[in-house]
Write a protein that binds this ligand. Structure first.
Ligand SMILES: C[C@H](O)[C@H](O)[C@H]1CNC2=NC(N)=NC(=O)C2=N1
Length: 114
């Protein structure tokens, strides 16, 4: 069952302490990802879009040549709920994944999305 309880400014501040790349402003949480260029910007946008549709909770996206800005809000409360936090964490987890040192994969040879 969705949790539409709006988090207080203090709760949001507390929560974002462990998500330092995310900023709370004007009733939205937002993060900027830097990408290697336009094609990765589009791949990133699609990956976020896919996750968002699986969750049925959709961010606003602003695309640039080498960046994607993600904004999340729970519309029915015009504020932040656990849904926004959960999706933000899931997006970070998936799109920032890279093979580790012990992995057999080489990984992308240049700077990845960050
Ligand atoms: C009708 C539909 O369930 C709502 O519009 C959903 C869809 N996606 C959504 N996405 C986000 N980010 N917040 C919402 O409140 C929201 N609501």
């Amino acid at each position: 069952m969705p949790d539409y309880v709006q988090l207080s400014d203090e709760e949001i501040k507390q929560t974002l302490q462990s998500m330092p790349e995310w900023e709370y402003r004007d009733g939205w949480i937002r993060r900027l990802y830097k990408t290697p260029g336009w094609s990765h910007t589009l791949m990133l946008a699609n990956t976020i879009g896919y996750l968002a549709d699986a969750a049925y909770h959709h961010p606003d996206l602003a695309l640039g040549y080498a960046q994607v800005i993600v904004k999340l809000q729970t519309h029915r409360v015009k504020g932040i709920t656990q849904l926004d936090i959960a999706l933000a964490k899931r997006i970070d987890e998936i799109v920032l994944w890279k093979p580790g040192e012990d992995s057999p994969f080489d990984g992308y040879p240049k700077t990845w999305v960050h």
